[in-house]
Design a binder for this molecule. Structure first.
Ligand SMILES: [Zn+2]
Ligand SMILES: [Zn+2]
Length: 197
């Protein structure tokens, strides 16, 4: 039997080239590009994406390894930074605890300890012991503790101030506890910032 006509291959529907966006009629069902240059462009883009992914993964594993290797001191420092940011946000609307400089002041605000970290390490992260303070008071007047105490009594009451001034049992935080506190204060900072925005 002689064929009178070749079987007609069903033409595929036109599609958009994944590279240049023009419409073309593919000859293969999985064809994504309209032309060789476009096919090469797509391949190059995929290669770049793969490399970027590999780099990202590498950076992530380096970061994780560094985090694991972090010392207790490094975690404490990060916790102190998160805690201090939280204090500044908690007291955002309040004046300086020592001199009463108003919240509208545009200078540097600190988180000032009433009982110093050196003399009372147990109170380092006690929210009652740390309040928003202007940098001039904190740094140049060493906290201006006389006025700090007067205003602190007004703010948290004499009993709380006397608790801070009394004997403290030093608690040595473990790294997981420090990390947990850090996570907590970082989340609180994000929440307060969102609230303020
Ligand atoms: Zn194309
Ligand atoms: Zn001040």
């Amino acid at each position: 039997m002689i064929r009178t006509s070749l079987p007609v291959k069903k033409a595929l529907k036109p599609r958009k080239c994944k590279s240049c966006g023009t419409s073309f009629i593919p000859v293969r069902s999985l064809q994504a590009a309209c032309s060789v240059p476009c096919a090469l462009a797509i391949a190059a883009k995929q290669k770049a994406q793969k490399e970027a992914r590999a780099k990202r993964d590498e950076r992530k594993s380096i970061r994780e390894a560094l985090d694991k290797a972090k010392t207790r001191g490094a975690h404490l420092k990060e916790l102190q930074a998160a805690f201090n940011s939280w204090i500044r946000l908690r007291d955002a609307g309040l004046p300086c605890i020592s001199c009463g400089r108003p919240a509208s002041w545009q200078g540097q605000w600190d988180a000032g300890h009433f009982m110093s970290r050196g003399s009372s390490p147990a109170l380092r992260f006690d929210p009652a012991n740390v309040h928003k303070q202007c940098d001039p008071c904190n740094v140049h007047l060493s906290g201006d503790l006389v006025r700090y105490r007067v205003n602190l009594v007004k703010k948290i009451g004499l009993a709380e101030v006397e608790r801070l001034e009394g004997p403290q049992e030093l608690k040595k935080y473990t790294i997981p506890e420090i990390v947990e506190m850090k996570t907590f204060y970082r989340a609180e900072v994000r929440r307060l910032k969102k609230e303020a925005a």
